[in-house]
Design a protein around this ligand. Structure first.
Ligand SMILES: Cc1cc2nc3c(=O)[nH]c(=O)nc-3n(C[C@H](O)[C@H](O)[C@H](O)COP(=O)(O)OP(=O)(O)OC[C@H]3O[C@@H](n4cnc5c(N)ncnc54)[C@H](O)[C@@H]3O)c2cc1C
Length: 459
């Protein structure tokens, strides 16, 4: 709990107009996309690294937690003030500071919305590939802190592949710069990589240097429909093994297709076992060749239909279906337990078989969709948390889902991080020693456990 003196000091640091103490505002920042709620004691909207530094120094003296927050779209509770404290909302630090077309770099503040950077760089023929489905809302600071990925990760990788340097306020209040503006550097430990994906527990990111690419000249989008999930999964393996790397290779199972059709009424094939959304980009001739080859592979693997969008409008219709999955599936049941396990690409069919078996064993609705091209499956257990017995069954099912992913050589999370929701399962993947080593790193950065306490590590 913050005392009056601490609140006054924070008002002095950021200005009274940038602090909110009233309950209504605090409620607005008490939850994220998990819908779990913890009420913060105070909200502050800093505008400079120096202000953040002063607040962190004060927090170390007075002993209150500080929690960085972007847009609050996180799926694992990373920005929830589980021990109270001050939520630092970084959305007012939202300037694109530089687009360096000669060196293919952008320098941004953390509160820039992901799609805003993409649109700006595209105006000068450049490309920032990471594309979380939340990109119209999420901040680049949140993307870096979670190492966000998206459909284009199959070909272009995830946020960490684009961050070359950071400015960070350490939990103790010092401000450091990590990384470089050059293509290469091997000077000391790679602190940039350590901070990317650290979920707001090792430092507050105040500036980000991002690598850009030339904007691909052409793009084609295809919707392929399959009678069974097996046929779709086999097609994914065949595309990858034919040495074509599509830009995106998304899949939706039958339950997901039904939900989306029920939500949008756009004529999706509700009796299909699965569908794939496939996109390729690059030089126009290579794109034409690849999309033809992919169409052939789909046909050879039982596709009922493999239709290439004839223009941007048709392509957008296809993507609309994929982007509507999250709001559509909650119609099945009000509580969504959303896991994002990742398995080696060749194991996609096997993991989906196991999800079906777990769904039957625990008598739970499980819908699967996601990034089949990189093995990242969004497994959604749809329950009603007002039914305690169902919640119990869901918890057992989740442990089995994680065990299945690990058994197949996979990982607990491909995108959403650990936060609070996956913390109890951390040692299943890392082992006790792995967790201990990470705790030592946290302690070295944050000796008083001021910054975003209660995250990643199980209690
Ligand atoms: C509909 C929907 C679709 C989504 N799709 C995807 C997807 O395709 N791929 C994907 O990867 N994720 C996805 N997400 C999850 C989420 O959008 C991402 O994790 C995103 O990167 C979070 O950004 P944010 O600005 O909302 O961060 P927040 O939710 O505000 O914060 C997330 C974490 O980052 C920390 N943080 C935020 N800003 C900073 C900073 N400046 N410095 C240090 N720490 C900071 C917070 O403390 C917290 O731990 C989706 C979420 C929703 C609701």
């Amino acid at each position: 709990m913050l005392d009056k003196a601490a609140i006054k000091n924070i008002q002095k640091i950021v200005g009274e107009e940038n602090v909110a103490e009233d309950k209504e505002t605090r409620i607005c920042y008490s939850y994220d996309a998990t819908n779990i709620k913890y009420l913060p004691d105070l909200i502050a909207y800093p505008r400079t690294p120096e202000q953040i530094s002063a607040i962190l120094k004060l927090a170390n003296e007075a002993g209150f937690p500080v929690i960085p927050r972007g847009a609050g779209t996180g799926f694992t509770g990373g920005t929830l003030p589980v021990e109270g404290g001050v939520v630092l909302v970084l959305t007012k630090m939202n300037r694109i500071l530089e687009i360096d077309a000669d060196n293919l770099l952008a320098v941004v503040e953390p509160g820039v919305i992901t799609v805003d950077l993409q649109r700006e760089v595209e105006k000068v023929g450049l490309f920032y590939p990471p594309d979380p489905a939340s990109l119209k809302t999420s901040t680049l600071g949140g993307n870096v802190a979670e190492c966000a990925g998206g459909p284009r990760a199959v070909k272009y990788g995830v946020t960490k592949d684009y961050v070359t340097g950071l400015e960070v306020v350490l939990p103790t209040g010092e401000i450091i710069s990590t990384g470089v503006r050059t293509v290469k550097s091997v000077v000391g430990y790679d602190l940039t990589k350590l901070l990317v994906g650290s979920e707001g527990t090792l430092g507050i990111i105040t500036k980000i240097i991002l690598r850009l690419l030339p904007l691909p000249k052409a793009k084609r989008t295809m919707l392929a429909i399959f009678p069974t999930i097996e046929a779709a999964a086999t097609t994914v393996s065949k595309i990858i093994s034919s040495r074509i790397i599509p830009t995106t290779l998304e899949f939706m199972d039958n339950a997901t297709i039904r939900c989306v059709e029920d939500y949008l009424h756009i004529g999706l094939p509700v009796n299909a076992g699965a569908l794939l959304i496939i996109e390729v980009d690059g030089h126009p001739e290579a794109v034409a060749q690849d999309i033809q080859e992919i169409q052939n592979i789909c046909s050879a693997n039982q596709a009922i239909e493999a239709k290439v969008a004839k223009d941007d409008k048709e392509a957008e219709e296809i993507w609309k279906a994929r982007r509507s999955v999250s709001p559509a599936v909650v119609k099945l049941n009000p509580t969504k337990i959303n896991e994002d396990i990742t398995v080696p690409r060749s194991k996609v069919a096997e993991i989906l078989r196991r999800m079906e078996a777990i769904s039957k064993k625990y008598n739970l609705i499980i819908v699967n969709f996601g990034h089949a091209g990189d093995g990242n499956i969004h497994v959604n257990v749809m329950i009603d948390k007002r039914r305690p017995e169902e919640v119990e069954r869901a918890h057992s099912a989740v442990r089995e889902i994680f065990a299945a992913a690990l058994e197949l050589g996979g990982t607990l999370s491909g995108e959403h991080g650990i936060g609070i929701t996956k913390a109890p399962y951390l040692s299943m993947e890392l082992g006790d020693l792995g967790v201990q080593v990470m705790k030592r790193i946290k302690k070295a950065f944050d000796p008083n456990n001021i910054l975003n306490p209660g995250k990643i590590f199980p209690k």
